[in-house]
Design a binder for this molecule. Sequence first.
Ligand SMILES: *[C@@H]1O[C@H](CO)[C@@H](O)[C@H](O)[C@H]1NC(C)=O
Ligand SMILES: *[C@@H]1O[C@H](CO)[C@@H](O)[C@H](O)[C@H]1NC(C)=O
Ligand SMILES: *[C@@H]1O[C@H](CO)[C@@H](O)[C@H](O)[C@H]1NC(C)=O
Ligand SMILES: *[C@@H]1O[C@H](CO)[C@@H](O)[C@H](O)[C@H]1NC(C)=O
Ligand SMILES: *[C@@H]1O[C@H](CO)[C@@H](O)[C@H](O)[C@H]1NC(C)=O
Ligand SMILES: *[C@@H]1O[C@H](CO)[C@@H](O)[C@H](O)[C@H]1NC(C)=O
Length: 608
Amino acid sequence: MISLPIILSFTTSLAAAAGLSNASLKNYVNSLELDYSFNPVKEAYWTDLPHHRRTPFALSPDGTRAFLAYLDNSETDVHIQRVDPQTFAAVGSAVTVKGGKEAGGLVAHNDGFALLTNEALPSGTADAPAGSTPVPVLYRYTEGEQTFKTFLGGPGVHESDGLSAAPDLNGDLVYSEKAGLYGAYFVVTDYSGWAEGHFGDSVQYVSTNGSLETLPESSAWGCSHNTGIAFEAADAVPFASICAEDQGDIWLNTNNRGMDLSGVKISNENTTNGAGGESMGGMSGSYSNLARFQGEDSYIFSWVSRGAVDLYENTWMGKGYVASSNRTNGRNVAIATFSDKQTMAGEQASSVVGAKDGDSQVNWLTTGTADCSNAHVATFDGSNALVTWEQIEKPQCDNIAMGCQGAFSGSHFQLVNKGEKVGQPIQSMDTYVAGDMVTMTDGRICWPYVNMTWRLDGTAGQYGSLPSSTTKQISFACMNIAGAADASSSATVSSSAISLGSVVPSRVETTAAVISNSSAPSKIPASVPFLVSSGAMSSSTSSIKVARKTHTKAYSSALSTLATSATTFSTAVRVSSTSSVTVKETVSALASAADNKGEICEVQYIYE
Ligand SMILES: *[C@@H]1O[C@H](CO)[C@@H](O)[C@H](O)[C@H]1NC(C)=O
Ligand SMILES: *[C@@H]1O[C@H](CO)[C@@H](O)[C@H](O)[C@H]1NC(C)=O
Ligand SMILES: *[C@@H]1O[C@H](CO)[C@@H](O)[C@H](O)[C@H]1NC(C)=O
Ligand SMILES: *[C@@H]1O[C@H](CO)[C@@H](O)[C@H](O)[C@H]1NC(C)=O
Ligand SMILES: *[C@@H]1O[C@H](CO)[C@@H](O)[C@H](O)[C@H]1NC(C)=O
Ligand SMILES: *[C@@H]1O[C@H](CO)[C@@H](O)[C@H](O)[C@H]1NC(C)=O
């Protein structure tokens, strides 16, 4: 990767101005052959409606190794497969963590991976939970060999608060290089102590050498009957955490790890029978719901909600706490943004007893009558995020606070900039999100799924009405904010149009930028979409062209004129990795010609 010394402020990209287009989405169908069979469907708590069974996916910091974790079709043993981050094909064969009952979270390192799973303790273990109930455990593998195994519950872990098991490993694993710690946040059920028999959640931190750290920022039992966890790394403990509890709220609980008023109340939710509308995906969910903006301290959270009306005092919780009824039948998609791990942008949700509206502060991405589910979010850069969900146009919602059923009407992908929708969502009937959405080194967001006929109109599992299937193939999908910066999907420009003498390009990649004429900053921030394509700008980049795509008085009018404006390339320069200064001059010349903010330019990388 080279960074060009272009001294201009590129504030947003073509895609950011116009929203995503179909060309922004690229699929790698069946790119990954698995060594073992996988069942892609997990039935939901209470309803048995189908969810995608999570396949955790992670990329190493140096971008060279990706890993995918999946549960064996037998429902025992978790396999971790190394994946090529360019082709999404297998590299070598899988590593198997024997006895693992769920693939609950994955961190990739330059030399291996760490896996969060749950497993039964060996029979005869003192103080083990009854009935071989699995307990949470963290594994670290280095170059294919196990380097540590650390239990995060069970005997010996926070004994004075009661012992925990994890019959369903709803939760997530993250790692902070700066903090030198793994953090895991997961649902537990206690089998001793004051919370015996109750579902709650626990935050645990582990050092790079595998030792479980008992920190003030750890927790033994936080939010009650939590069916939704969002967890994201921070530079120091505590890491950013969100819980959806069973008393009516979603909390940003980074600082308190619980469900009390010292947290930040993101949302009122109608809760019934321990559930809160599967706000973060319910069973097999709780990943890619909270994402940190690249290079920033800020975060974005996405969830689904039926809204909240008619607040009344939750007397079981006490003064200051409210419960509510749902505003809608189906669920809509909402987002919240945080300026740092403990501070929400905007108002907390209302706790006014008697209030009619309990959701007026919510930033909704959808407001229709469709049911939205399986919401996830990831960040492209310092300000742009991708929010995705699935829809049922005419939902049948038989169970309050649970999921709905009906004909699947498509996955939706919405670009969001600084908390605002940009353009319309794009849709796909055969692309799903079934594992972590990862920001790749080239700026794309990629995730795994299984190419299958996806149905939401019946129940899943052994006694379900839908057919079951297994697979040995995983597909990947990638979203590109620049819309066309992939060789095979880019808007290819004919060689004559490029007119670089006798040069015939092998491929052309196009990205775009809005030039600001404010005084030139000393360097382009790394998070700017223009530089998203820098991953592709190896020394094989032999030409760069910059074109005045459109010329507008203001950024807002650029939004509407961009799509129809003519493309006239004003400049074509030949560069090599050593002559990038030429590009700087070219772009500067273009900028000085601009008499207003909002000059939209198109930049092409031409490979010879
Ligand atoms: C984008 O894809 C969707 C779903 O495949 C399709 O319905 C729609 O017509 C496409 N839009 C354009 C502009 O091609
Ligand atoms: C592991 O690392 C932690 C934090 O750096 C340290 O406190 C602890 O003593 C180490 N444990 C072992 C067994 O080396
Ligand atoms: C949930 O909403 C329903 C109305 O749809 C209401 O009857 C019920 O009391 C609400 N639950 C709680 C705990 O407030
Ligand atoms: C509340 O949700 C339930 C379950 O989805 C639904 O039956 C009911 O109609 C909803 N209430 C309103 C006011 O839409
Ligand atoms: C995905 O699988 C379906 C069958 O379930 C098949 O019809 C379709 O062609 C596949 N999609 C692609 C892009 O290969
Ligand atoms: C942009 O340039 C115009 C004309 O040169 C000037 O009037 C305007 O103040 C500049 N805007 C900014 C933000 O620098």
